[in-house]
Design a protein around this ligand. Structure first.
Ligand SMILES: *Cc1c(COP(=O)(O)O)cnc(C)c1O
Length: 393
């Protein structure tokens, strides 16, 4: 096992950033292809730049964020965070007491780590469900969270969403309900044609402004004024709120967001899948591209009689790193934060996906997979690819 804990994952991420830096210097930005679907963006206008100061920035852009944020998510009031994880933490700090229970329903485990981690931090109990039959609310529930679309883009059926909302509202304590709609706010609506979380009855919604839109990494929250005010106060106490430059980036990204750009990638996805199916069984369709899980990568190795002591996760991280090192393809298993999913996902709504033909992408996947087959039997070789340039190992 090469990647076993958070520290290993951080070091792996650092080597990925080193590969990116080296390639940037040698070949330039146009030879890097960020296919994470999370590439972010900073669409500031020239006149925005002189407004990015500590107090002037929020004075201008908080107001604008309130308008465009409500257009995007609904709600009565809007709040910007450094990250979605920061917004989840602020909400739990503000609304959840020690020894109460946070209940989380999601279409498929695992949940984003920020939810259980933040719950643990305040000393509350945590219950998570991905099956309606199991779902229940203990007496002392202080917050209910629904994940609209998981890290792997598994989307909740709208019927399940409605049932959780109804159960929450009719429970005796009627706790607030937050929707973690990090990618869901766009995926559920633009591709699955579901209503917004606000229209479905959520009290709070948070979304990531770099997922399926060209904003900076940040968390945009909307919801009931009374709750937002409490959360805002906590956010300021702990330094979790977005600063002027992030607020400005969010506003400009919201102005440029067009749902048609997301739905337009569907045809490319079908074409790519046709190619991939010839070589691998493990690739599956996602709403915005294709993916292969760590377990399925291991199965593909088995089928080709490759013996390796690497774990499924190691293999996924290694393939992602080979894609980055050899071809400049950036995916989450290479650059993700500790706890991020090891599933190798190619997102065709990414701006950089436009620079690569589908045939070329297929070729790169095959070529890099051949390298994976060669390296996987040797843990030493695998280690040197995964941990290049990270100190203290
Ligand atoms: C991406 C994501 C988050 C966290 O976003 P960060 O910007 O990394 O903090 C939380 N929940 C879900 C479901 C996500 O997909």
């Amino acid at each position: 096992m090469l990647i076993d804990n958070d520290l290993d994952e951080l070091q792996k991420r650092e080597s990925a950033l080193t590969y990116i830096e080296v390639r940037l210097k040698k070949k330039g930005r146009h030879n890097l292809f960020d296919l994470t679907g999370l590439s972010g963006g900073f669409l500031l206008k020239k006149d925005d730049l002189e407004l990015l100061e500590t107090y002037v920035g929020p004075a201008v852009f908080e107001k604008m964020l309130d308008k465009y944020g409500k257009d995007h998510l609904g709600g009565e009031k809007v709040l910007g965070f450094n990250r979605t994880s920061a917004g989840i933490l602020a909400t739990i700090l503000a609304l959840v007491k020690k020894d109460s229970t946070v209940v989380h329903y999601l279409p498929e485990l695992p949940s984003h780590p920020s939810i259980p981690r933040s719950t643990k931090l305040v000393g509350a109990e945590y219950l998570e469900f991905d099956r309606l039959d199991d779902f229940h609310l203990p007496e002392n529930t202080s917050l209910v969270i629904i994940t609209g679309s998981t890290m792997d883009h598994k989307v909740i059926p709208v019927e399940e969403f409605q049932i959780i909302i109804k159960e929450t509202h009719k429970s005796s304590t009627s706790p607030p309900l937050m929707v973690d709609d990090a990618s869901g706010a766009r995926l559920r609506t633009a591709i699955f044609k579901q209503p917004s979380a606000w229209d479905l009855g959520a009290d709070l919604i948070i979304t990531s402004t770099d997922k399926l839109m060209k904003g900076p990494r940040g968390g945009l929250m909307a919801g009931k004024s009374s709750l937002i005010s409490k959360i805002k106060s906590k956010a300021h106490q702990y330094g979790l709120e977005a600063q002027g430059p992030i607020l400005a980036g969010m506003v400009r990204a919201l102005q440029e967001f067009h749902p048609e750009n997301i739905s337009g990638s569907l045809e490319k996805k079908r074409e790519l899948l046709r190619y991939l199916k010839r070589e691998w069984e493990g690739f599956k369709e996602t709403p915005t591209g294709v993916m292969i899980s760590a377990a399925d990568i291991a199965l593909e190795m088995d089928k080709r009689n490759i013996k390796t002591s690497l774990t499924d996760r190691d293999l996924a991280f290694l393939w992602a790193m080979l894609l980055l090192k050899g071809y400049g393809i950036i995916t989450i298993p290479a650059v993700g934060m500790p706890g991020a999913s090891p599933t190798l996902r190619i997102d065709l709504t990414s701006a950089d996906a436009q620079k690569l033909g589908i045939e070329e992408l297929n070729h790169i996947l095959r070529d890099s997979f051949k390298k994976l087959l060669q390296i996987a039997p040797s843990p030493q070789q695998a280690e040197s690819v995964l941990f290049k340039g990270s100190e203290n190992r």
